[in-house]
Design a protein around this ligand. Structure first.
Ligand code: ADP
Ligand code: MG
Length: 565
């Protein structure tokens, strides 16, 4: 009998991913996964090599959000694994499907703590931060491990999954036939979740009795890609809507039913609030307190049953996937049954008008140096005709002002710090979005925020991605004008270099650098950079006195007598 062909763990991993139509890996090569990266590329997968695992993980997480396929982040053992974990935890918190695959050291030595190279019990370290964590100890189990990781990442509320591959498993051999038979093609990993008809009827009754109804769209709604059903539900009911940050563009921000410009007003006045893929977490003040009407009643559409009642009692929960829920609601509601009162719509329109006028006054001012308003106005004007462009946004003031000033016109184009309020997502999200969409990305970054992932500028240039980074350089965290309260020569804790020329960083890697001090130059630089389709960085000089500490979340920032005095 002829000896049968053998394969190894590396090949089985790549085959298992490809069988499940996963075609891209974001990672940092090193022991023991270097050959896994090489092999994936050799076998036709795309591999994007980063400078730090955290950014690779952010790219994988946002790719998962945009494509509804788990984004794959590949890391080396122990330190590389831990670097990636922040991004994996971020995916879990935000509900993005992602799998971090990490090589790990010899279990026999790790488990007896005998001091291996890069020793760490990675699977157990991962557990508290993930939706699920698995370890594969035998090559014949790789197919099952990959399949379980994919299903765990995608089913129900999506999240981050950890898959541990020991160095031994990667190099272990198996007969090719047995290996082929061990692979698992995952069937229907995110099954539809049809709502009960009682839950749909209950929600319709509650909404039908409302005078001042409000719909809040969250990034779960954006993720669900039920764009048409959501739009139809909003337009046929006529209920005003408020998009959460990453749900902006699901319906265009200039839609007549958008209440975004009257946010505080509608939150305070609504009598029935319908949450669609949005959690009542800190971003909505937990549904309590002075922002909210204490008597408001809630409808909540969410795939995660245990989300219901987590912060405030929900009168009408609909536990379902959003696409199915919207279809059932559309079918069950009688024409005209849900109808916001004319007084409510008038009041919102008036408030929108007032707020828009106030905003216009800020936007039209042309201070020297630039402030957040005038710089963002310039970017807004360029992006106005380019709904296809992805906007990544992080920072404190840069994030808060960016969210309010940059209108979105298409779904899933705004990608930002999200549920965790994390800084450092910028370059990873920009790269992930550019890779999966093939479209240009504009990353609007605070100077502090850019620091967490700035070295990925090299990655952007290496892969020649159409990413333009606008750095809002006010020389500090929050602001650039704080002083050393001890009177010494060291800069204050929040101060960064005002004179920093971030544009020179990208020039080192062959990208285009711009240094701008006025909105018209910013507008021109951005248009030129986008037209070139090449990597660029615009250093935008912002007044160090512009911005407030902690931006819009000052109430979360505990203050000592030092700050109060
Ligand atoms: P935002 O920050 O925009 O308010 P969150 O991330 O807080 O949004 O909430 C998103 C919610 O959407 C989560 O509770 C999640 O369980 C839910 N979700 C995600 N995908 C779906 C889906 N396909 N169908 C229904 N609910 C979903
Ligand atoms: Mg700053």
């Amino acid at each position: 009998m002829a000896p049968s062909a053998v394969t190894d763990g590396f090949h089985i991993v790549v085959d298992a991913l490809k069988l499940n139509e996963i075609d891209t890996i974001y990672g940092v090569a090193g022991i023991p996964i270097t050959d896994l990266a090489r092999l994936a590329q050799a076998e036709g997968m795309r591999y994007f090599g980063f400078r730090h695992e955290q950014s690779a993980g952010y790219a994988a997480g946002i790719a998962g959000y945009l494509t509804r396929k788990p984004g794959i982040c590949l890391t080396v053992s122990a330190p590389g694994f831990l670097n990636g974990m922040v991004a994996l935890a971020n995916a879990t918190v935000n509900g993005f499907p992602m799998i971090q695959i990490s090589g790990s050291s010899d279990r026999a030595i790790v488990d007896l703590q005998q001091g291996d190279y890069e020793e760490l019990d990675q699977m157990n370290a991962a557990k508290p931060y993930t939706k699920a964590a698995f370890r594969v100890n035998r090559p014949q189990d790789i197919g099952t491990g990959v399949a379980r990781a994919i299903r765990a990442a995608l089913s129900g509320r999506p999240g981050g999954v950890y898959l541990d591959l020991t160095a031994d498993v990667l190099s272990a051999t198996l007969e090719a036939d047995a290996a082929a038979q061990s692979l698992v093609k995952v069937v229907d990993p995110a099954p539809r979740h049809i709502p009960s008809s009682e839950s749909v009827q209950r929600a319709i009754r509650l909404l039908a009795g409302a005078e001042r109804p409000l719909i809040i769209l969250g990034k779960g709604a954006a993720y669900s890609q039920a764009d048409n059903e959501i739009r139809k539900w909003i337009e046929t009911t006529g209920v005003p809507f408020l998009p959460m940050s990453m749900a902006k563009g699901l319906l265009p921000d200039n839609h007549p039913q958008s209440a975004a410009a009257a946010r505080s007003f509608v939150l305070g006045q609504a009598d029935v609030v319908m949450l669609i893929g949005a959690r009542l977490n800190w971003l909505l003040a937990h549904g309590k307190g002075p922002q909210w009407s204490p008597t408001a009643k809630f409808v909540q559409v969410d795939i995660e049953a245990t989300e219901i009642d987590s912060n405030r009692p929900i009168a009408a929960p609909i536990v379902a996937d959003i696409g199915s829920a919207m279809s059932c609601l559309l079918e069950a509601a009688k024409p005209g049954q849900i109808k916001p009162s004319a007084a409510w719509l008038d009041a919102i329109a008036k408030r929108k008008q007032q707020n828009a006028e106030r905003m216009r006054a800020h936007l039209d001012a042309n201070p020297v140096p630039m402030n957040f308003y005038s710089a963002l106005r310039a970017i807004r004007d360029v992006l106005a005709d380019r709904p296809d462009i992805y906007v990544v946004n992080e920072g404190a003031n840069t994030l808060d002002f960016g969210r309010n000033i940059i209108d979105m016109h298409a779904p899933r184009r705004r990608l930002d710090s999200g549920t965790w309020g994390v800084m450092g997502i910028g370059m990873g999200y920009a790269i992930g979005a550019a890779v999966v969409s093939g479209k240009p990305v504009v990353a609007i970054e605070g100077d502090s925020a850019l620091g967490f992932s700035g070295m990925e500028i090299e990655t952007i240039c290496r892969y020649r991605l159409p990413i333009v980074i606008a750095v809002f350089n006010n020389g500090g965290i929050y602001r650039g004008d704080d002083i050393n309260r001890g009177g010494g020569a060291d800069p204050a804790p929040t101060v960064l270099m005002k004179e920093a020329r971030y544009d020179k960083l990208i020039e080192a890697f062959g990208g285009a650098g711009y240094h701008v001090t006025a909105p018209e130059n910013l507008q021109q630089a951005l248009s030129e950079a986008l037209a070139s389709g090449k990597p660029a960085l615009i250093n935008c000089v912002i007044d160090p006195k512009a911005g407030t500490e902690s931006g819009h979340i000052q109430k979360l920032n505990p203050k000592s007598s030092l700050s109060k005095s």
